[in-house]
Structure formats: structure tokens, C-alpha cells
Write a protein that binds this ligand. Sequence first.
Ligand code: 6PG
Length: 254
Amino acid sequence: MIGTVTIGAGEIELCADFADLNRRAGEHFVEISQAAMAERGRFAVALAGGSTPRGLYTALARDQFRNRIAWPNVHLFWGDERCVPPTDKDSNYRMVCEALISKVPLPSQNIHRMPAETSPPEAAVAYEQELRFFFETSPGELPTFDLVLLGMGEDGHTASLFPHSEVLRERESLVAAQYVPKLGSYRLTLTFAVLNQSRNVMFLISGENKAAALRDVLQGPPQPESLPAQQVKPISGRLLWLIERAVAAKLNIE
Ligand code: 6PG
């Protein structure tokens, strides 16, 4: 890690490279999980998909972190999922199984997979019910994750909350299903209502192709429809951006 900068409502940790980003993210994951266990006896985390977070999940399965996490009390959820079978190469669930679940002593009942192989609207309803059951939410109450992990695309999307999509304005539902024209496929995603309820939100940003979007998201004018990641503003939780130094090159950071 090179340094920590406070910007807007969040903290930025500049990381020397991808390995440093994964090491820092692993330390935060351990710290947050241990605090959650101490306070509530369990740790509920919503995982990010895509390729960047695979590095963290792989690191968490290694001795440096593996033995510092009380896996029997960890509950894995997904922040979003591609609407494909769990065995599909594009499945975020499959990616986490390969990188982490297959290597740690996590009880199967602690794995809360999005049923993305079913019809998207039905899957969204089913996952919302699973969230409400697990978090024992009363009507109108939002589930509170201990940690939500997020990535960001070069178009400023996060989870599967894409620019100019209707789901950006969803404030009632916890989970949404939507067709993403640019991808030609359906996605499931937690809504901003859930993301912003979390006690901790941690972005993992790697890839120089995101530098311009990152600058616009963090330091540009508000464009919440064009840059959905700007809508991640935890109500009372901590917002942390772990950013590879090369991607932060366009940021105006003293
Ligand atoms: C997904 C992710 C998505 C991802 C960004 C960044 O399912 O693809 O949830 O939002 O975080 O697209 O992806 P990379 O980290 O692979 O660049």
C-alpha cells in the first residue's frame, strides 16, 4: 500500500500493484470479519464478480489469511450474478467456488448462491426472500451486510447496475433482474438500497482501462445515471476504495 487519501465520503488506499491490492483487501476482510464475529457471532459478506476479485478470493484461501477467518461463521452472498447455470464459465458463483469455496472449511448452508439458472424475475424474488429470511428483516427494513465487495467497469457500472438502467432508481426491491443490452444477457443484482445499507463497502479497482471512469466517478460532477458507481454512498457504513496505483494516475490526489 502506498498511502491513504480521504475523498468525498470515502477513503482511498493506493496499492503498489495487484498483489498489494489483494494483500490489503485480505487484511480488511479479516479485520471486518473478526469485528463482525465479536459483535454478532457471524460475518455476512456480499461478493463481487468479474475477474479482479478472484485475486482476493485466491489470497483468502492461502495460509496468510485462511487461518485468521472463522469460516464456519462466514456467510457468502453475491452482489450480482450472470443469468447462467452455476457451472457456466461466466458464473460468478463458479469463480468463487474455484478460487475460495473449494479450499476453505465453509459449511454448505453458509453459501447463499443467487439461483441464476432460473427465470431472472423469479430468481430475484427468491434471492430477496433468502436475504429477508437470513437477516430476519421486518417489512420495510433493509438487510445490513457486514461487508459488500464491489468492482467497477470502465463505463462506471458496479455490481450489475449499469448506466441508464431502470434498476438504478429501484429503492424498494433488494434484488433486481434486468436485461443488459450491451451484454445481450440478463443479470441479477443487489440494488443500491442494499449496497448502501452495508456496514462496510470495499471497491477493488484494477485495470488501467478504468482510470478515466475512476476519475469521473470520484472527482467529476455528479452523473449518477451515467456513472452508477457514484451512487454507492453507505448511509452509515465505511466506504473504502482499494486502487492499483496505475489506475489512480488520472486522479488529482495530493
Ligand atoms: C460482474 C461484476 C462487475 C465487475 C466489473 C469489474 O459480474 O462482472 O460484478 O460489476 O465488478 O465489471 O470487473 P473486473 O473487476 O473484472 O474488471
